[in-house]
Design a protein around this ligand. Sequence first.
Ligand SMILES: *[C@@H]1O[C@H](CO)[C@@H](O)[C@H](O)[C@H]1NC(C)=O
Ligand SMILES: *[C@@H]1O[C@H](CO)[C@@H](O)[C@H](O)[C@H]1NC(C)=O
Ligand SMILES: *[C@@H]1O[C@H](CO)[C@@H](O)[C@H](O)[C@H]1NC(C)=O
Ligand SMILES: *[C@@H]1O[C@H](CO)[C@@H](O)[C@H](O)[C@H]1NC(C)=O
Ligand SMILES: *[C@@H]1O[C@H](CO)[C@@H](O)[C@H](O)[C@H]1NC(C)=O
Ligand SMILES: *[C@@H]1O[C@H](CO)[C@@H](O)[C@H](O)[C@H]1NC(C)=O
Length: 298
Amino acid sequence: MYTLQSFYEANTKYEDAPLYIMEQGDGSLLAIPLTIRLANDTRFSENIKGLFLGNAIISPALALTKLGFYLEELGYIDGLGREAIENFSNTTSHLVSRNLFDEAFDQFVSLGEFVNEEAGAIAVNLAYIVQKITRNSTDSYFGQRSYTQRALLTDAQSFMEGTIAPRLGISDVTYDQHRDSVIEAFRPVYMQPTVENVEYILNNHRNISVTLYNGNLDAVSNTPGQLAWIENMTWYGGNDFKASNRRTLSINRLIEGYYQQYNNLNFFWINVAGHNAALDNTEAVRVMLKMVTSESML
Ligand SMILES: *[C@@H]1O[C@H](CO)[C@@H](O)[C@H](O)[C@H]1NC(C)=O
Ligand SMILES: *[C@@H]1O[C@H](CO)[C@@H](O)[C@H](O)[C@H]1NC(C)=O
Ligand SMILES: *[C@@H]1O[C@H](CO)[C@@H](O)[C@H](O)[C@H]1NC(C)=O
Ligand SMILES: *[C@@H]1O[C@H](CO)[C@@H](O)[C@H](O)[C@H]1NC(C)=O
Ligand SMILES: *[C@@H]1O[C@H](CO)[C@@H](O)[C@H](O)[C@H]1NC(C)=O
Ligand SMILES: *[C@@H]1O[C@H](CO)[C@@H](O)[C@H](O)[C@H]1NC(C)=O
């Protein structure tokens, strides 16, 4: 809020520009409450037009219930591995239902290790399920580090210095890569479902579009798991959304995904993309952004 406020003060030409909040993965923990606060604040309520949530962490324990099936169908584990993952997922759901969110979080972050060491996948990158990796390259949080490096073609520090800094016109900055401490700070709330907050925006701010987009190769925020809570949401357009046709996102004749829409809710299936759909299928995400921000969802 403070950053935005000072941004507008320094850049008055953007005063009337439409404002969209976009996140991916666990950025939802910040992006959703931020959108609600902006919509409720007269300084920003005229500007805020939409929220984009990519492979978002909204109901992570629920998404986990689909993981065993997903991995077995892809041939990464056998029937016994699937049973082990379903046990793991049942324990997680049970902790969440008893509001033991810290314990559920500890269980959740051990998922990568569990899938590889206990369920028999050996070395699978849950963030980008089709990537071939060596043993133990998944050591960091679900293999995020190696995945990001593959997608960026460099490490995060070089990406910030070489790509982001010139765009922002900054230099000589030390970048803080304290991802682990950020994740740790969210430990008490990370596993708490935030479906109600999405419903709140849909119902109370009908002029704010909520666009969920999901790469189909992310095993953690897997697409069937996302659709499970989306289709169960309590909002005024629930039935109409479910009844609306799924359309094809075709770009230069290639099928890049699909989408479904009703009033202020959009869902995009993004093909051949993992946890970071914007890096993996830039074209699909670019077209999605254009469709939503120009309000031409046809
Ligand atoms: C909206 O803002 C008012 C005034 O600051 C506050 O009392 C209220 O709790 C806010 N509502 C939400 C949903 O944030
Ligand atoms: C799953 O849990 C059940 C009940 O606790 C147990 O009997 C079974 O051995 C477990 N299966 C695996 C593969 O861990
Ligand atoms: C997990 O829980 C579901 C629903 O409670 C149950 O049907 C299933 O048998 C459990 N799976 C295992 C492997 O324990
Ligand atoms: C993977 O790492 C763990 C500890 O981080 C180690 O105990 C284990 O032996 C390693 N496995 C392989 C196959 O290198
Ligand atoms: C929503 O948008 C419509 C059409 O653009 C406009 O007439 C209406 O005032 C807006 N409502 C709110 C609450 O901003
Ligand atoms: C569906 O929504 C109801 C009511 O909002 C909730 O009690 C239930 O747990 C939800 N089920 C799933 C699978 O999310």
